[in-house]
Design a protein around this ligand. Structure first.
Ligand code: ZN
Length: 271
């Protein structure tokens, strides 16, 4: 009569043929009594005594989809430069704030919306949040697409309403109806996509200097749901022509009262 967790430890141990099952159970019994700990804790100690890495038991693999990846930043803690970025991992149970460090940053940058499994991470807890830290020793494995439901089906990723979403600074999946659409064009930097200024010498980017400006489109959409009407903005090509009255499922976040749409998942045309 052992728990599943103790059983999992046994599965890892038995291949090593150190213990018989009976010996293992006796060892656990003894450790639990001596140290006044649970059978599960005793099983982990017994495994670690035999050189088994128990981090996967203490921090079980986190499965989910990468909802968003923030900008890459550099920390200079301890005189060493380390790149890091924030991300969100969503699954059917929870929404986790994550922080990737070092090489994990380059991996996670390309994994938006993908199904992944993260192991050998650590959890940092503060009074305000829990954070999953994916460090050099962590592993990020890409899973089969069927391993996690699509992001728009995950409750932990979906905004309850546009109003709710407008009060948060996080990225969410939202469903809304398009009431009006308008498009403007602007001259942008081909490297960073930001607006450029016309000066005597030509188009100038704040960061990239003199550039050959590219004309980009900005779509201004008014979207609504049962909670209200909100202005939104989308850079790039819209999915299909004419979104008037279409019901859309999008990813985005609010900034200054305006929904910044980063991606369209579904467009259900008006009847
Ligand atoms: Zn630029």
């Amino acid at each position: 009569m052992t728990s599943d967790r103790v059983e999992n430890v046994w599965i890892r141990l038995k291949d090593r043929a150190i213990y018989t099952r009976a010996d293992f159970l006796l060892r656990i019994e003894k450790l639990a009594k001596e140290l006044n700990i649970t059978q599960e804790a005793a099983a982990y100690i017994a495994a670690k005594e035999e050189g088994i890495d128990i981090s996967e038991f203490l921090a079980p693999a986190k499965k989910g989809r990468i909802l968003d990846v923030g900008p890459v930043k550099v920390s200079r803690a301890g005189g060493e430069e380390v790149q890091y970025c924030l991300f969100s991992l969503v699954n059917e149970e929870e929404r986790l704030l994550g922080c990737a460090f070092g090489d994990r940053v380059d991996e996670i940058k390309d994994l938006e919306d993908r199904a992944v499994e993260i192991t050998r991470y650590t959890m940092a807890r503060s009074t305000r949040y829990r954070m999953l830290r994916a460090t050099e020793r962590s592993e990020i494995r890409i899973l089969d697409e069927s391993a996690v439901p699509p992001v728009w089906e995950l409750k932990t990723a979906k905004a309850i309403s546009l109003r709710d979403m407008s009060r948060s600074s996080l990225t969410w999946i939202a469903e809304a109806v398009v009431l009006n659409e308008d498009v403007t064009e602007y001259n942008s930097c081909p490297t960073c996509g930001r607006g450029v200024e016309l000066k005597d010498e030509g188009w100038v980017c704040r960061d990239h200097g003199l550039v050959h400006a590219q004309v980009r489109k900005v779509h201004h959409l008014h979207v609504g749901d049962s909670s209200g009407i909100y202005p939104s903005v989308y850079f790039g090509e819209l999915p299909g022509e004419g979104l008037f009255k279409a019901r859309v499922v999008v990813k985005g976040y609010f900034r200054g009262g305006e929904l910044q749409i980063s991606k369209f998942y579904k467009v259900q045309k008006a009847v």
